[in-house]
Ligand binder design. Structure first.
Ligand code: ATP
Length: 502
């Protein structure tokens, strides 16, 4: 599985999707830059989301709020006091870890042991093996699972009540630094994930600011501006796409967990008491949005939260099957009136909505959907990158992105670089470029050019040959079927449009 991720990372770099940031200076940990194809893919994902939210919902509008916000906002939202992860250092290796992740990884090993027992039994019993029966009766499997559950329970309790207990648990379990084996740990302490910076030119007058760790607060503090100027009635939503910053302690798994990333969030404001039905509605809508991309139903699952954040009365994650297992891709939360009430309290301003139907004012409740753009990007890249064995015994690498999201929609090739073919190809390029992102390429043999487009996910390749000059037809090759068809130049726009539209 790790290998699959490595493959994705290498492919992303080789084909201009994702580069390590500041690479000439050896990079910066958990920060990445998007290259020529990555930027296109990212923009297309944004558009797909924005269209489905803002354009297709008459009661949702979009905004673009600033990254810097008044520092009291983060006090009100709870981020200053509670947006922490438990940190532990190893005194010998000087490496820093998230204490909860250390324990979770340790507990996960018992799951691996349980799996090994199941594998052993499969070999022993062969065909007649009944997995479900075995899992519920085998003593060893049950024991390993119980150990894992016990550890996680203890961990959760210690994180809630006393971090010294988390340290004690790490010692009791004998957890060591995975690289050096050292068990010489510091105390566990809270680490705030917000990046701080300063506003103002002189040190005396400078104000402490934070880089926003989520885009949601920019929506909350603007909701009345939008409601009033847009004359919105509840329920209505505000959508936003933008950067967020978190000083993650454990930064790994490529663009899954970054320190600078992008979120696509939508806050839906509803009358109190109706939030749970809206929550159910958004769960379904958001899952359908994912399924429409065709990456396979089995790659998604809901993970309902049993333990809720202080601001929520219902929460679920849409998890995706990444190369390293099912992990959160999107969160859907019923946030009650927590944020708006807190901003009322801290700002001293009324943030109430007058409901003309009920003839009274109240603070709306909020249901939010929050998806990481970079995680969505990784979900697509890891799911769509395939090695295909072909009938003629050769193989190819293909990135079978949904055509609407592909960075380049069509590549135009003159068969050879003479006889007027490049000029004709350029004319087609110039006709299509207003409607699609088109690429012109005349280097290397046609087969090689096809392979390069397959690797970046281009749905169509159009080749201009000598027949084109006399009868104005070209061949158009489909990325997925690899079939070529002869069509008239005039029909290209429609053929491409039919396939790549959202
Ligand atoms: P996790 O538990 O994985 O840290 P979270 O529960 O803190 O995520 P939220 O605060 O709910 O995440 O943020 C909403 C979405 O933003 C997540 O579903 C995820 O897609 C994305 N996201 C959060 N943190 C990161 C990060 N460090 N890098 C990339 N995307 C992120």
């Amino acid at each position: 599985q790790e290998d699959v991720l490595k493959r994705v990372v290498a492919h992303a770099k080789e084909y201009g999707f994702v580069f390590p940031s500041s690479e000439v200076y050896d990079g910066l940990s958990a920060i990445y830059d998007y290259g020529q194809n990555g930027a296109e893919l990212k923009n297309n994902i944004k558009q797909y989301w924005w269209k489905s939210m803002v354009q297709l919902n008459e009661n949702i509008v979009g905004i673009d709020s600033a990254i810097f916000m008044h520092p009291t906002i983060w006090k009100a939202s709870g981020h200053v006091d509670a947006f922490n992860d438990p940190l532990i250092d190893n005194k010998d290796s000087k490496k820093r870890f998230r204490a909860d992740v250390l324990v979770e990884d340790f507990a996960e090993k018992f799951e691996d042991k349980a799996k090994k027992e199941i594998e052993k039994a499969k070999k022993r019993f062969g065909e007649a093996f009944d997995l479900e029966k075995f899992e519920t009766t085998d003593a060893k499997v049950l024991e390993y699972r119980k150990k894992k559950a016990d550890i996680l329970k203890k961990l959760a309790k210690s994180l809630e009540t006393n971090l010294a207990d988390t340290k004690a648990l790490i010692e009791e379990l004998g957890i060591s630094d995975p690289e050096t084996g050292s068990k010489n740990w510091t105390e566990v302490r809270q680490f705030n994930l917000m990046f701080g910076t300063k506003l103002g030119s002189t040190t005396d007058s400078a104000t402490d600011l934070y880089l926003r760790p989520e885009t949601a607060q920019g929506i909350f503090v603007n909701y009345l501006n939008v409601q009033k100027t847009g004359r919105k009635k509840l329920p209505f939503g505000i959508a936003q796409i933008g950067k967020a910053f978190r000083n993650e302690i454990v930064a790994r798994q490529f663009i899954f967990r970054m320190r600078e990333f992008e979120q696509m969030e939508m806050q839906f404001f509803v009358p109190p008491g109706t939030e749970l039905s809206h929550f159910e509605e958004w769960k379904e809508k958001r899952l359908n949005w994912h399924l429409a991309l065709g990456l396979g139903k089995d790659n998604y699952r809901f993970h309902d939260h049993e333990k809720l954040a202080h601001y929520a009365n219902a929460a679920t994650d849409i998890e995706f099957k990444f190369p390293f297992g099912f992990k959160e891709l999107e969160g859907i939360h019923s946030r009650t009136n927590f944020d708006l009430s807190a901003h009322e309290k801290y700002s001293g301003k009324k943030l109430q909505y007058f409901d003309p139907e009920q003839n009274k004012s109240y603070v709306p409740y909020v249901v939010e959907t929050s998806i990481g753009l970079d995680r969505m990007f990784l979900a697509l890249l890891s799911n769509c990158l395939k090695d295909e064995e072909l009938e003629d015994g050769t193989s190819r690498v293909v990135l079978s992105l949904p055509p609407a999201l592909a960075p380049i929609k069509v590549a135009i090739f003159p068969l050879i670089k003479k006889d007027g073919l490049p000029e004709y190809a350029e004319k087609i390029f110039n006709d299509l470029k207003y409607d699609f992102n088109v690429m012109y390429e005349d280097k290397d043999a046609i087969g090689k050019r096809y392979r390069r487009q397959d690797a970046i996910g281009t749905p169509f390749c159009v080749t201009v040959d000598h027949d084109t000059l006399s009868n104005h037809t070209v061949t158009i090759r489909d990325r997925d079927t690899m079939k070529q068809e002869r069509v008239s130049v005039d029909s290209l726009n429609k053929i491409i449009n039919d396939k790549v539209n959202f």
